[in-house]
Design a protein around this ligand. Sequence first.
Ligand code: IVH
Length: 682
Amino acid sequence: MAPSDDPAARIGELRAALDHHARQYYELDEPEIPDAEWDRLYRELVELETANPSLVSADSITQRVGGSTSSAFAPVAHIVPMMSLHNAFDLDELRGWNERVVRRLEDQAVPKFAVELKFDGLAISLRYENGVLVQGATRGDGKIGEDVTHNVRTVADIPQRLVGDYPPILEIRGEIYMRLSAFDRLNQRQRDEAAATGKEPKLYVNPRNTAAGSLRQIDASVTADRELSFFCYQLGLVEGGPELGSHTETLAWLASLGLPVNEHTKPFGSIEEVEHRVAEFHAMRHDLDYEFDGVVVKVDDLRLQAELGADAKAPRWAIAYKLPPEERTTTLLDIEVSIGPSGRATPFAVLEPVFVGGVTVGTATLHNEDQVATKDVRPGDTVIVRRAGDVIPEVLGPVLADRDPRSKPWKFPKDCPVCGEALVRDDTAAATHCVNFRCPRQVRGRIEHFAGRAAMDIEFLGEKSVDLFVSLGLLDDVADLYTLDFERILALEGFKQKSVDNLRGAIEGSKARPLGNLLFGLRIPEIGQVNGQTLAGAFGSMSAIQRATVEEIAAVDGFGQVIAEAVHAWFATDNAKDLISRLSAAGLTMEAAQVDRSKEQTLEGHAVVVSGTLEHFTRDGAKEAILERGGKSPGSVSKKTLALVVGADPGASKVSKAEESGVPIIDEAGFVQLLETGELPG
Ligand code: IVH
């Protein structure tokens, strides 16, 4: 239905929608729309009410705090109301709030601000009497909440008893939330349990809803099982206690009583410094083990807070700066299947483009058939899309309230969309493949892989050329590269003598690539870069590998039975035999270069990874130097790596993996020393 043009009617629509979604969010813990959609509707209502003050009524959601309460829990009256916060969605709105604060305070002191995270959880009020926890209550409508004491007692972060100099009555407010690690553990358990019973796992969508749902359980043992956490950020009713001058002082006092206070809250002297801190928080959005959806800025001085007071809904002395949304809803136009270079069939969502997490998202992977079934997303559904940081966009699930009742679960196609052959499902890996060796997508994939830098390093053979040559029938497999009809290519649109010469030269040059790289380039199952080198070194020639038995291959360092069987089976196929004989006839290197073992074996058995450009070694030269000293040079860092050598522009993922795994990172001089002595630079 199209939104009404008449302000009064539109206000009615917005209030009804917001009331509905508030109930879904606060009472049922089953939000149907992401927070950003809520904010959008809410802002539209605020704008309409501001433009039409006569239409504002006390029952509008803009005039009251969030949810109401459920009869499952006893009501608790909040003597000091639990208020909400007004939002700022950009820096201009933050500055506007600052100007209003300064104006209201007139000639009084320029305020300082406490800047803290806006935790994405559930507000809670805790009451301590003589240092003992006696009650925990949800916010409810701000005046009356629900008694969830039995559940609050199971939250490990919440002390049952205070320590230090506590007053006779102390109510504190804070946020119950779920750490990302706890959320991941919970979902892993769901997966394990489902796997044990052969059912589809019921996965939790996000930590906030899970935390809220967990706290409002009748059975406290369910809550206890969910590993909830807590930060406190505000006082409620206090009787007795010290004279406190500021919010930051209050937090320090609460911490001294044994209550968990977030370490990132700090005071700042000006709005410019606040803006800088907001940017810092934004940058660390994905660095913490819990989610936050904004930054709360509070006037630090409690006397000034009292001066500023509150309106019906929220204090004037605080504002929540909302970070850009990472979840939005959009329409799932279709689910399609793409075929990867190894034949893997991956379903993906075709979306009505939506701006989320700083980019416009039009497609998102759905990983495999089981994921589509678990999420039960269907073409035509409104779906929630999430893009957090650099992580690839994800479809979280459907908005069931918007679903067309006639829609049916999506079915994985039976045939490959590229070649039309039947797809085959591999249940152990929850994967589906096109197993047609001649499927054009796989032919292209194999050739692209063969030409890649880590394999045969054929420059000037880009994806577009491969596509074109395959579609024209010039290339069927990698051996065809060595009998390419360059005259025909020269006649193709977009190809000039120079580009054809370059391509011919690069293909010619690839014939000299070492046997290990060729083995890697052939996409033999289980043969990555390292295994390719090892296989070449262990047997010395392609023909020796072809003759080797499963047992002989299994005996190679790091191989074993499973890999040996896969490798042996590949070499036994007619396809492989034909390919190798044609490559050999074309003059490719079929013998392993003799590794010079005269050098001292300083790196015997150790793995050293090289990343970035070194000054005195080429990429292959550095590898060779490592091999000559008895070492290995895999393409990725693991806990077992002895050192990561970095040159100019190293790969960020290798560096961060090394940092995470405690692998020493050394420069070129350190590398030379390591080669010579086997010792890491001190
Ligand atoms: S102070 C009177 N500080 O945000 C001020 N609230 O949108 C009361 N929240 O209901 C709130 N982090 O659930 C405050 N550092 C923080 C917060 C925070 C998260 C939540 C809280 C509140 C909601 C308002």
